[in-house]
Design a binder for this molecule. Sequence first.
Ligand code: SF4
Length: 222
Amino acid sequence: MPRSYVREARKRVAPKNERIRPIIERLAAEHSDAKIALRYRTELELLVSVMLSAQTTDVNVNRVTEKLFEKYRRPEDYLAVPVEELERDIHATGFFRQKTKAIRGTMQMLLEQFDGVVPRNIDELVRLPGVARKTANVVAAELGDPQGIVVDTHVRRLSQRLGLTKQEDPVKIERDLMKLVPREHWGRFPHLLIWHGRRVCIARRPLCEQCVLADLCPSSLV
Ligand code: SF4
């Protein structure tokens, strides 16, 4: 069973709709460099990077895509090589068979239904084979049109610790956050939580004594 961080709540704080703006402002000041860690130059590279990032680290994906994107530049390129060759080229990102199948299916659909162009609409993005809501959310947000809020392991943990949601399921957490976070911050908000989660609100041992949110956080240990 997933551990519920909500149970760590102990301090009394203001309601979440009063705390959300200062939370965003303080995190934005603290992590002004917070942005996607995947390296890409085009919309297609963004989509492939995000698809490859499932179950592995962004650092690992960047290592693989550095060479990959020199070889594969257009959707056609992913379909022009034998399946085994693409599998070899992305092998180091793990789950290479499923990822190859998803990438080739996506390229096929991009060519057949989207004129080879990556769509920006979430409903269209999730129609692409192997593109789940989280991937679609990341792509849409990076392309400047966030239509939801990305919920990964850091966003889930911090939202719970900060008392912004009581949910465990990512879809329900996203729904709670979309009601709470002003729309203009939907794209940036997950990056702020992700970077705060990596640097301060670490899963095993949150550094509450160094945290700029300590007085706004019901789970603060200080
Ligand atoms: S590190 Fe900050 S956000 Fe995380 S539990 Fe402690 S006070 Fe809350």
